[in-house]
Write a protein that binds this ligand. Sequence first.
Ligand code: CA
Length: 251
Amino acid sequence: MSEKKKQKQKPGVREARLSVLLAEDEESFIDALQIGLRAEGFDVTVARDGVEALQAFDEGSFDLILLDMMLPRMSGLDVCRSIRGSSDVPIIMVTAKSEEIDTVVALEIGADDYVTKPYRLRELVARMRAVLRRRAAEPAAEEGDGFEVIELADVKLELDRRRAMVREEEVHLRRKEFDLLAILMENAGRVLTREVLIDRIWGSDYIGDTKTLDVHIKRLRAVIEVDPKSPVMLTTVRGVGYRFDGKAPNA
Ligand code: CA
């Protein structure tokens, strides 16, 4: 594979204030976050329940969404799922300690990261900036700009168009899933360590925990493997990392 040129033609890191949708129902959090985030340079729009959050999302234009897991009328998970049906806007879930199982689900359905209450404003802002930075660094999909294709075993990736085909059928992969699969396929036959994968996909400033990687691998297997419980393409090298086995027989 030739080296992919990463030209950042996007407006990219804007100097203008960034706009955040805060979906939260606890007034004490709302007050503190409005003040804190505004001081950090964010414009804040508040939605106090899940339905209001979706309405605000449809009507507005946001750089990032802070989404409380437990919201009246519609849960944060359902809001996240609904938004992901149409948008890749960065989403950070806000959870309570007791909701950690939901956190895994949230990552599976496409949330970018999560913070657990109680958190400090500084931690939250660091995560927001990290998510926004990673997003800005991602190359924009360019239409009709030639094809860069990787095809191995049952999987074909069109890198420029960010299209994935499995056994001749187009499948939907989320942004990070696509990036992860592309890196593994570009290095087919080689083991990539967890550290390398996390660094390449989430960036060296990633401060979440490593189960995020496992969640993405699991999702990828569910999409590409004939039997996700006995993967033959995306294999685990215990204690080290993961490997894409390009010589796996087509099923
Ligand atoms: Ca809540």
